[in-house]
Design a protein around this ligand. Structure first.
Ligand code: CA
Ligand code: CA
Length: 236
């Protein structure tokens, strides 16, 4: 085997040796739900696709719904309504056992754990193949945990099992839409985060990227004399 090839293989082997330690995140527990994939399990992008989120810029909608932090929430107030599309880009939600996705919502404290607040109901749609499903109404349930930055608010959750959207076991999705309506004529539900309990890494990120960069790095180091690259090769 050529010396350069040996070096390339050694570089890849070294990468694979350390990647498991960096690629496998520490689990995160949020209001008694443990996300084995850690921060990766949570939503990565959020975009208002129709209507208006009351009092929030596009950047605020994005920063509020992305990641595991429950410190802020969004809402609509009549006459506003809004559809928000949430994307998972470094992971996908897979239909595994039981609940696959948890949507966290913040509402005024209620004494009873398990209290389902119908006034905070909203609608959820999931991307199924090329199309989004019909919207399904969901009702947040009190976990009994208080919001980390405001103990006048409780953490409520909606647990989504993709089976209820007709997904067979193992089918994945990486996009969800939520539709917010103000049912109380005062404010709608207040979603704050979305996390995949059953999460799989998105192919093409993480491991593949790291190995690819190392192969490129090894190849770039190989020449010991300057090379002339023809314009035609550059353009390929
Ligand atoms: Ca993610
Ligand atoms: Ca499931």
């Amino acid at each position: 085997m050529h010396l350069g090839s040996i070096r390339t293989c050694a570089a890849i082997a070294a990468a694979l040796a350390f990647l498991p330690a960096t690629a496998i995140a520490a689990p995160i527990t949020v209001a008694e739900f443990t996300f084995a994939a850690g921060e990766e399990a949570f939503a990565d992008e959020a975009l208002v696709t129709s209507g208006v989120v009351t009092g929030a810029t596009a950047e605020q909608v994005q920063s509020t719904l992305v990641g595991s932090n429950l410190g802020d929430s969004i809402r609509v107030i009549t006459p506003d309504v809004a559809v928000i599309e949430i994307a998972f880009s470094d992971n996908a939600i897979v239909n595994g056992p039981g609940t696959d996705l948890v949507i966290f919502e913040l509402s005024g404290s209620k004494p009873a754990v398990g209290f389902a607040d119908v006034n905070e109901r909203f609608e959820v749609s999931v991307l199924d193949g090329p199309d989004f499903s019909n919207f399904v109404e969901v009702v947040p349930v009190n976990t009994g945990f208080l919001a980390p930055h405001d103990d006048s608010l409780s953490v409520y959750v909606v647990e989504i099992d993709l089976t209820s959207f007709g997904f067979p076991a193992g089918q994945v999705t990486n996009r969800v839409q939520i539709r917010l309506v103000d049912h109380l004529a005062s404010r709608s539900a207040d979603p704050t985060a979305l996390g995949a309990l059953n999460s799989v890494p998105e192919p093409g990120t993480g491991l593949l990227l790291s190995v690819g960069l190392l192969v490129l790095s090894a190849r770039r180091r190989r020449p010991r004399t300057p090379q002339i690259v023809s314009p035609s090769l550059r353009e390929r």
